[in-house]
Design a protein around this ligand. Structure first.
Ligand SMILES: *Cc1c(COP(=O)(O)O)cnc(C)c1O
Length: 494
């Protein structure tokens, strides 16, 4: 039975709910209409534009004491906020490695917020079932064994922190949760390539290893970890009294999408009794591209695998995932139950045992319902379509590689290994220093003119335009246009 309450006399009590429900509903309809127009016509607008000084000036001053109307607040968003985004939902945004969002995911975010959904604690809640299902889909798609565990996170950085925490606690050889780092008899060491992401170093620092404990191993010509140098470094460290604890392989580096030899790393981990962590931030998803899954062979042998769904699964920020091969190791690192969160004492109510509490699998207690946008978009599109899209982006990278090879004014940094193309404008009469500055200027012009957003990276000491294709809206003619414009701007500047 639901119990109705009646309002008592006395001073009126307040709420944040709308005063005028009909007007708020109408505003919501307007927001959906404006948003759909915006996404449908993305291609017709510049990829990116500067916020002018008068717009930036609006973002200072104290918090407002008095209310504004909901539509005034929304109009300010339309005027001062939405036009000056990063631009990553645009079909010609390829900077750094960034996703672009989906319409269904956008709706899912609204639905998740509509119930103020909390994911983390509690048992009998549909959002926990959904999160566990999305984790299980990822587990199957990326080739992890049944029984492996995982968690949805806010990004691959958070996933890597969780993965390396489980690695540290499992491999330390003593109760590190209770006794801390200082009683470790030996310096624990972690290995990754020079090309591995900064989030690995941040995790190593946060976990108390110290960044000196992270050994950056040189790379080969293809910018993959040099496994001979890795073996030698581990042997030398062991001889020097260190405890080699974990090797981090990268499935798709941020600079060039180089994929380490993951099977070789898995073998070395087995021989050296090291934890095998894979950073598959975006590259892990090559596993679902029909013709390219072999590129990440060996990834499924990892003890922990960190990856995003907001880069190459195209979902709106934030969403990522960590998979851990052994659920016991995962729980041992994070499970902690204070009395006010006591659970598992019965078979009913919010604190009964049905699904495990997700807070036992990570460092956060209260989390948003990120899994819903993955669940709804994947169901809407189906994984076959997703496989074709990942394949399409890789094919587009090879298409752009061909365009660059055919253009006398352009030069590739190295052959395309996955979905990233690095190339530069060249002219024989110009010095290397001048070419570096020129290519940086081409990047800036492309961005400022709103044509396209590539970024730049330094490879083998030289600057290259960096085109990372994690965009379901890009088409081949977008790359034709990019090449034409790079040559036009380069000729103009040179
Ligand atoms: C982007 C990226 C990360 C960090 O992921 P976030 O989701 O931005 O935290 C880690 N590794 C690689 C290879 C990346 O490209």
């Amino acid at each position: 039975m639901f119990m109705k309450t009646t309002q008592k006399g006395g001073p009126a009590e307040e709420t944040l709910d709308p005063e005028d429900w009909a007007a708020m509903r109408a505003l919501g309809h307007r927001m959906v209409d404006d948003t759909m127009d915006y996404i449908e016509t993305l291609r017709d607008r510049p990829v990116w534009q500067h916020a002018p000084p008068e717009v930036k000036a609006r973002f200072s001053g104290p918090a407002p004491a008095k209310p504004e109307t909901p539509s005034a607040v929304y109009d300010e968003y339309l005027r001062s906020v939405r036009p000056y985004q990063l631009g990553n939902s645009h079909p010609r945004y390829w900077g750094w490695v960034t996703g672009c969002g989906t319409v269904m995911g956008m709706y899912a975010e609204m639905l998740a917020a509509s119930t103020d959904a909390v994911s983390g604690s509690f048992s009998y809640m549909s959002n926990n079932y959904i999160e566990m299902q999305v984790v299980d889909w990822c587990r199957q798609l990326l080739g992890f064994p049944a029984g492996a565990s995982g968690l949805i996170t806010s990004g691959c950085s958070a996933s890597t922190l969780i993965g390396l925490a489980v690695a540290r606690n499992t491999m330390a050889g003593y109760d590190i949760r209770a006794r801390g780092m200082h009683v470790a008899g030996k310096q624990m060491t972690v290995y990754c390539s020079e090309e591995a992401h900064s989030s690995v170093q941040k995790a190593v620092e946060l976990l108390g290893f110290g960044s000196d404990a992270l050994c950056r191993i040189p790379v080969n010509e293809s910018l993959q970890i040099d496994t001979v140098a890795l073996r030698e470094t581990i042997a030398a460290d062991r001889a020097a009294g260190c405890h080699p604890l974990c090797i981090v392989g990268v499935a798709g580096t941020t600079n060039t999408a180089a994929i380490d030899d993951l099977n070789a790393l898995a073998d070395i981990c087995a021989e050296e009794r090291c934890w095998f962590h894979v950073d598959g931030a975006f590259g892990a998803w090559a596993a679902i591209a029909p013709e390219y899954r072999h590129l990440v062979a060996g990834m499924e042998r990892a003890d922990s695998l960190a990856f995003d769904l907001h880069k190459w699964m195209y979902l709106a920020y934030p969403i990522a995932c960590i998979l851990i091969r052994d659920v016991a190791h995962h729980r041992n690192a994070f499970s902690l139950t204070p009395t006010y969160l006591a659970h598992g004492e019965g078979t009913a109510g919010l604190t009964g045992v049905d699904v495990p509490w997700l807070s036992d699998y990570g460092f956060e207690l209260s989390r948003g319902f990120f899994a819903l946008k993955a669940w709804m978009t994947i169901r809407e599109q189906g994984m076959e379509k997703y496989g074709r899209l990942i394949q399409q982006n890789i094919d587009q990278a090879h298409y752009l590689e061909g365009l660059v090879q055919d253009a006398g004014e352009l030069e590739l940094a190295l052959p395309v290994s996955l979905n990233i193309v690095n190339f530069r404008y060249v002219r024989p009469s110009l010095s290397e220093t001048r070419l570096d500055a020129l290519n940086k200027q081409i990047e800036v012009e492309l961005q400022e003119q709103g044509i396209a957003v590539p970024s730049t990276v330094t490879i083998h000491g030289r600057k290259y335009l960096h085109v990372a294709i994690t965009n379901h809206r890009s088409r081949r003619d977008d790359f034709d246009l990019l090449v034409r414009e790079v040559i036009r701007i380069g000729n103009g500047l040179a």
